[in-house]
Design a protein around this ligand. Structure first.
Ligand code: SF4
Length: 72
């Protein structure tokens, strides 16, 4: 067995935030409402189909966001 990272890569392991969802779809966006209560969670909307979604939702039209490059 290799390192944890190599074993995860071999099986396509993904964290919850890496799984395809509205959060990482190019049409999903977090919206900020001025009147939101402090206890209210983040709001997400689908800009393509124009309705409210949740960050962890998904539909058959999911399109991944462009890969984000991180500098070392
Ligand atoms: S509803 Fe579908 S198209 Fe819209 S943000 Fe979510 S995954 Fe993307």
């Amino acid at each position: 067995m290799g390192s944890i990272q190599s074993r995860q890569a071999a099986i396509g392991y993904k964290t919850a935030n890496q799984r395809p969802s509205c959060r990482n779809c190019k049409h999903g966006a977090e919206v900020f409402a001025d009147h939101a209560a402090p206890t209210e969670g983040p709001r997400w909307e689908c800009g393509r189909y124009d309705f409210r979604v949740t960050a962890t939702a998904i539909c058959d039209r999911h399109e991944p966001q462009a890969a984000v490059r991180h500098s070392d």
